[in-house]
Design a protein around this ligand. Structure first.
Ligand code: BTN
Length: 329
């Protein structure tokens, strides 16, 4: 990637016009380097307008992720969390999966301004464009084998709901196992998703790469690319959230729930999780990996995080599957 591009974007982040000449002076590079950077922006999905006599401009102001600002928002836990901000990466999860073997410390967060190949669950793509989505992965090493981590993704949902409450979004709900939804305009819309990838041996050590994507301010273009109803923080709050401050809030909540999870796993969080569950006691349809369809009413969540459905044939428990509410089918 062009190494002038992000310094240029940083100048343009105020959403105002900046002349190529002035930027080249600010960055101490040639005007043609600025021009090449602007030309390259399109390759990573960033639109920069140019108007003769005025210069260059983004469609609207953006707040880039900044390690120092995130650290400030982390407050007390700042010395215990390792932060790295990448300008552009294929996927923060893939980056950590590759790098964690090289001794990346426990409690490391990799956040990206742009992900080019963000991964969703079940092989889906997580759509993210500059400033439209907060994307990061948190590496947490457990003294637990992967088999003990079954309720981890549900627990992460709790940290997300608590963080949304802190910024004033009090009506966020969880959809099993770990989507975060908002009920808006008569339907459930997704505001955030979680993708956990595990590395570890069966004996008693594992590393979880906890990937989180949260919609901040989706453009029409991005909304059209998302294959399910979606909503963003801007729409919920009526104003923007500062992504650096919000990431600090998220990492505080994640660190807190993960520390408790190490000792008690999901059992400490079960009641709180059920209180946020969008489909609790509701009629649902669950599509299993083998395409079997199970219909029934959600009756419980097990202490390990399995979904319990009351079916015609009695209660059945599931560890995976794609759930939808029957009223909205
Ligand atoms: C889902 O809802 O399907 C899960 C979405 C997870 C997206 C995040 S964005 C940061 C991290 N890196 C990825 O490639 N995916 C996760």
């Amino acid at each position: 990637m062009n190494n002038i591009l992000f310094p240029v974007l940083s100048i343009l982040s105020d959403g105002k016009f900046h002349s190529g000449e002035k930027m080249s002076g600010q960055l101490n590079v040639s005007r043609s380097s600025v021009w090449v950077a602007v030309e390259n922006a399109g390759q990573i999905g960033v639109k920069i307008f140019s108007v003769r006599g005025k210069g260059y401009k983004l469609t609207h102001p953006i707040q880039l992720l900044d390690k120092n600002k995130i650290k400030l928002s982390l407050g007390e836990i700042s010395s215990r969390v390792n932060i790295q901000v990448l300008d552009v990466v294929n996927s923060t999860n893939s980056y950590l999966l590759k790098e964690s073997a090289k001794n990346i410390p426990h409690a490391s967060c990799i956040a990206a301004n742009i992900q080019t190949h963000g991964k969703g669950r079940r092989g889906r793509h997580w759509q993210s464009a500059l400033g439209e989505s907060l994307t990061f992965s948190y590496l947490w090493r457990f003294n637990l084998g992967p088999a003990s981590l079954s309720g981890l993704s549900l627990t992460i949902g709790i940290a997300l709901i608590r963080s949304l409450k802190t910024i004033g979004i009090n009506d966020a709900l969880v959809k099993w196992p770990n989507d975060i939804l908002i009920f808006n305009d008569n339907s459930y819309k997704k505001i955030a998703g979680i993708l956990i990838e595990l590395q570890g041996d069966s004996v008693g050590q594992s590393a979880a790469i906890i990937g989180v994507g949260i919609n901040l301010n989706l453009s029409k273009n991005q909304l059209n690319k998302i294959d399910q109803p979606a909503i963003d923080i801007n729409q919920c709050l009526g104003n923007e959230v500062n992504p650096n401050e919000f990431l600090g809030i998220l990492l505080n909540n994640l660190t807190e729930v993960l520390s408790i999870f190490q000792d008690t796993q999901f059992s400490s969080f079960k009641d709180e999780w059920i209180s946020y569950h969008a489909y609790q006691d509701k009629p649902v349809k669950l599509i299993l990996g083998n395409n079997e369809v199970v219909e029934g009413r959600v009756s419980n969540i097990s202490p390990e995080g399995s979904l319990v459905i009351q079916t015609d044939k009695g209660e059945r428990s599931f560890t995976s599957g794609e759930i939808s509410i029957k009223e909205f089918i």
